[in-house]
Design a binder for this molecule. Structure first.
Ligand code: NGS
Length: 327
């Protein structure tokens, strides 16, 4: 066999290296292309304000001498935090203006009243970051809001759907026209991400660092979702059947679609979140079956209207209203 010259060997090596390099690039591109929606459709930034649902709670005390609050500067803000800049300690936190987890601006009359509803259990270290961070963030937004922490206070399997139904009922009792269903591990990074409902349900956490700031799939409504209280009631709230992790939000997306309620989003630069780290919860192995059954029998028969008998105890704290639930 003829001996290959050094030149041929180097050339061959180069060809192999090039092929390897091209294939690697292709694999990386395919990975990114197949995993998530990079450019999701969103409300154009210029018309955002016209799409918002301006509605206050009748309980909000208005001051005739004060003007209505303005939102154009907030919506136009380009100020953002990078995920590693998010504080993990709040040694100098001030609770100024907060009563029972609620706040309304003093210098103007808010045009939005918003209930932030957090389904919660056993994540104290996250709550310790979430509450001060969110109050610091929301107090700059000129909105009237209240944070409800809906805690499952028993040893049964976690049921987020029931907690959201109970939380929504409590917020409805307080006459909040807009609900924001919020995971405790998600923190908004963009000052322009106004915590307000839109005419259509609004998926707010479209761009999360854990998912490389890519929307994992277009019908995802989990994480942070804003919708009118009347829309929540119209779709009969969440299913009560999902126990453990997963599926209840996809079922809710189906309910919205079945009621022809299209989900809207804000542009990426206003929808970024960081996710606080935590171990993955145990997945509910029955979730896909429950989802299929729920969709098969028309979806929304089970929900807010069929909430099982649960013990609910509401207690007020300075930074939040606690809605304790025992299944
Ligand atoms: C889907 C789950 C959703 C969940 C989403 C993102 O697979 O409940 O992942 O989860 N659907 C089912 O399991 C049917 S996340 O990675 O944010 O924890 O919200």
């Amino acid at each position: 066999m003829p001996k290959r010259s050094l030149k041929t060997r180097i050339l061959q090596l180069r060809v192999i290296t090039c092929i390897f390099f091209i294939l690697s690039i292709k694999a990386v591109l395919l990975f990114f292309a197949n995993y998530g929606v990079y450019k999701y459709p969103h409300i154009p930034a210029e018309v955002l304000e016209t799409q918002l649902y301006k509605q206050r709670s009748p309980k909000l005390v208005l001051h005739k001498s004060k003007p209505d609050c303005k939102y154009d500067e907030i919506l136009g803000s380009t100020s953002s935090l990078l995920n590693w800049e998010v504080p993990r300690r709040f040694d100098d936190f001030s609770a100024q203006g907060l009563v029972n987890g609620s706040y309304a601006p003093e210098h103007c009359n808010a045009l939005f009243s918003v209930a932030v509803v957090v389904a919660y259990r056993n994540r104290q270290s996250q709550l310790d970051i979430f509450l001060p961070y969110m109050h610091n963030f929301l107090r700059k937004q000129n909105i009237h809001y209240r944070i409800y922490v809906v805690e499952q206070q028993d040893e049964k399997i976690f049921n987020k759907g029931i907690l959201y139904n109970v939380g929504a009922k409590t917020a409805l009792g307080d006459q909040f026209p807009c609900l924001i269903l919020h995971d405790v591990d998600l923190l908004p990074l963009d000052a322009a991400n106004l915590y307000a409902c839109a005419a259509s349900p609004r998926h707010m956490s479209a761009s999360i660092d854990k998912f490389r700031f890519v929307l994992p799939y277009d019908y995802l409504t989990g994480g942070v979702l804003a919708l009118k209280a009347q829309q929540f009631v119209a779709v009969n709230g969440f299913s009560n059947r999902f126990e453990g992790w997963g599926g209840e939000d996809d079922d809710f997306s189906y309910r919205l679609a079945a009621h022809k309620l299209d989900v809207v989003r804000f542009p990426v630069a206003m929808s970024r979140y960081t996710m606080l780290e935590h171990p993955q919860e145990r997945r509910n192995s029955a979730r896909l079956q429950i989802l299929r059954d729920s969709i098969r029998d028309g979806g929304a028969r089970d929900g807010l209207s069929t909430l099982p008998p649960v013990h609910v105890r509401v207690a007020t704290h300075r930074l939040f209203t606690l809605v304790g639930v025992r299944l």
